[in-house]
Design a protein around this ligand. Structure first.
Ligand code: ZN
Length: 180
């Protein structure tokens, strides 16, 4: 795992990274530009910490998000989850890359909740490209990002069964309240 910061202006590095992660240089540059631009759409009056995220979906489209905070801090949502929420509800899938941009250096990695959220929709080999304030970057595969925090719950038949069971219980509870 290389956590060293790479320069976006270094064409040979970018070309090498794109080969490794099966991206075109145009896709990489679009992820860099869009995630950095998305920071401007953040609603972060409390932390003043802007985060932009851009997803590259399997159909070649890009979906942007930014953090949306709330006066009750935990109610706020990170840029990554805003972007995935938009993407998933628009029917996007087969995500090929996730870019996250912040105003700090070294760049920030997705938080624990976002790692869990991303894992729901992405293969472990998906590149997570983290851009700093100058668009220099660190890139890791999702599996490497996830090992920074354990456990990460993975989709499985068991968890779907469990979730279906919980949803059934919640609905039954709701319906019994309505009829009662
Ligand atoms: Zn997060």
């Amino acid at each position: 795992m290389s956590t060293s910061i790479q320069q976006s202006s270094d064409a040979s590095i970018v070309s090498q990274i794109c080969d490794t992660y099966k991206l075109t240089i145009a896709e990489f540059n679009t992820l860099r530009e869009r995630s950095s631009a998305a920071k401007a759409t953040a609603y972060c009056p409390y932390s003043q910490f802007r985060v932009g995220a851009t997803l590259l979906a399997g159909d070649g489209s890009y979906i942007d998000g930014a953090n949306v905070e709330n006066a009750s801090y935990p109610v706020g949502t990170c840029a990554e989850r805003v972007a995935f929420g938009k993407a998933v509800t628009e029917g996007k899938k087969g995500f090929r890359a996730v870019a996250v941009a912040t105003d700090i250096s070294p760049p920030a990695s997705p938080c624990g909740m976002c790692r869990q959220f991303i894992r729901e929709f992405c293969d472990l080999s998906t590149p997570i490209i983290m851009f700093d304030k100058d668009q220099a970057f660190v890139v890791l595969r999702l599996e490497q990002v996830c090992t920074l925090l354990v456990p990460v719950y993975l989709p499985s038949t068991d968890s779907y069964t469990w979730l279906a069971h919980e949803a059934y219980n919640a609905r039954s509870h709701h319906e019994s309240r309505l009829s009662g």
